[in-house]
Design a protein around this ligand. Structure first.
Ligand SMILES: [Zn+2]
Length: 322
């Protein structure tokens, strides 16, 4: 048996609004197998659970074939999660509330199952294996269909009393603004998510083709398309202002920007940086770097695996200092 097979492995599952991703992750952070399975917008609670089950089954089979030791399963899910149960607030997933996700899968697979919010796990991933390695105080933002966030204070995730907070996408940037998915009004998410960027580009350009996404707009931006320039400018203005507020409150070492759009290139980060640095309180941001996430779309799965290794060691709260 080769040396690598003496390492422990965890299955990291990342559930998004439109897909389930899995990665078989070594305790060193190395990834052995990954899978991604789309879930339709008409998916129900049962079909989503079945999809997760199948992807875990496939990954377990692969690890069994390679004789790798699996110590647990980590799952990142949208919504408020408390003690392994999805309480609610996963607005994009049908019936995703009052769901004992941890109990459901630990019973099926006879393995420890750890659950946390998907945005928190993206933060864990970047903290342990990515852009925020070695830091203790970090704010992670995921820009996608919505805007998710993770607050890391002194090496640990902070999500408020009973995990009900850290909704960084729902700080109000326009108090008389447009309605937000959360029921509030004028939230950062309602102005700066990728879906809003796409919507805004379509409105400005009159081009309503289905294939338009964030990276399409980035390509157009690089070709000096005026509608792409305007929509990306508005998008980064709002993000920069939101980030300036996070810097004033948390004075983090790093703001890590993730989500598909963060692959746009350094110009995108620079546009956000310019607005954020101009609007923050300079003393608060003296030590703050604004950087792109490094782990791309695998951050959530790596974070999900990271909490398994944390819990497998008997730690209740996972921290880089443990
Ligand atoms: Zn909101």
């Amino acid at each position: 048996m080769s040396l690598i097979e003496n390492f422990k492995y965890a299955i990291g599952i990342d559930l998004g609004g439109t897909y389930v991703k899995s990665a078989l992750v070594c305790e060193t952070g190395a990834i052995r197998f990954t899978h991604i399975v789309p879930i339709g917008i008409e998916a129900t609670r049962d079909t989503i659970l079945d999809t997760i089950e199948q992807i875990i089954q496939t990954t377990l089979y692969e690890s069994f074939e390679k004789k790798l030791e699996i110590v647990g399963i980590g799952i990142g899910s949208p919504g408020i999660i408390l003690d392994g149960v999805v309480i609610g607030a996963a607005d994009n997933l049908e019936g995703w509330e009052q769901l004992d996700l941890s109990g459901y899968f630990s019973e099926r697979f006879k393995l420890p199952v750890s659950i946390d919010n998907d945005a928190n796990l993206m933060g864990y991933g970047e903290l342990h294996y990515g852009a925020a390695r070695g830091c203790s105080d970090v704010i992670c933002l995921t820009i996608g269909t919505g805007i998710g966030g993770a607050i890391i204070i002194n090496g640990s995730i902070y999500s408020g009393y009973k995990n009900r907070g850290a909704e960084l996408g729902h700080i109000v940037v326009e108090h008389k603004g447009i309605d937000c998915n959360c029921g509030g009004r004028g939230c950062l998410e309602a102005y700066a998510s990728t879906s809003v960027l796409v919507k805004r580009y379509k409105e400005l350009s009159g081009n309503y083709k289905d294939n338009i996404d964030g990276l399409y707009i980035v390509k157009k931006f690089k070709k000096n398309d005026p509608f792409a320039i305007q929509s990306i400018q508005e998008h980064t203005e709002y993000l920069g202002h939101g980030i300036a507020s996070f810097i004033n409150i948390f004075a983090p070492q790093k703001i890590v920007i993730g989500g598909g759009i963060s692959d746009a290139g350094q110009f995108y980060i620079d546009m956000i940086k310019k607005v954020a640095y101009k609007n923050m309180m300079p003393d608060c941001g003296e030590h703050t770097e604004i950087v792109a996430a490094q782990l791309g779309n695998i951050a959530g799965s790596l974070g999900a695996a990271a909490i398994v290794f944390g819990k497998a060691d008997g730690n209740h709260r996972f921290s880089i200092f443990q």
